[in-house]
Design a protein around this ligand. Structure first.
Ligand SMILES: [Zn+2]
Length: 84
């Protein structure tokens, strides 16, 4: 489940949670949160701070790299590019 970060649209009117921002895990198929669960004031989603980037502990898999838009090159055996 992705982790989203929200903050009050008007921090001076929000509660202690949304005025400083809070993190919430939500299923991808759920509607985006637009109200603070505590005070019901409007909140907005914060874009990035790197929190939605999956933590990678090892080399990226080929499919993960491709889906991220990278071109994946792999060295083949000698002679593949042999000119005739
Ligand atoms: Zn609030």
């Amino acid at each position: 489940m992705p982790l989203y970060e929200y903050i009050s649209v008007e921090p001076e009117e929000g509660c202690y949670r949304c005025s400083r921002g809070f993190e919430l895990r939500r299923p991808v198929d759920r509607e985006p949160l637009d109200k603070c669960p505590l005070c019901r004031k409007p909140v907005k989603k914060l874009i990035s701070r790197g929190i939605t980037t999956p933590k990678v502990s090892g080399p990226l898999s080929v499919s993960a790299a491709k889906s991220a838009g990278f071109t994946v090159m792999e060295k083949r055996d000698e002679g593949v590019y042999e000119k005739l």
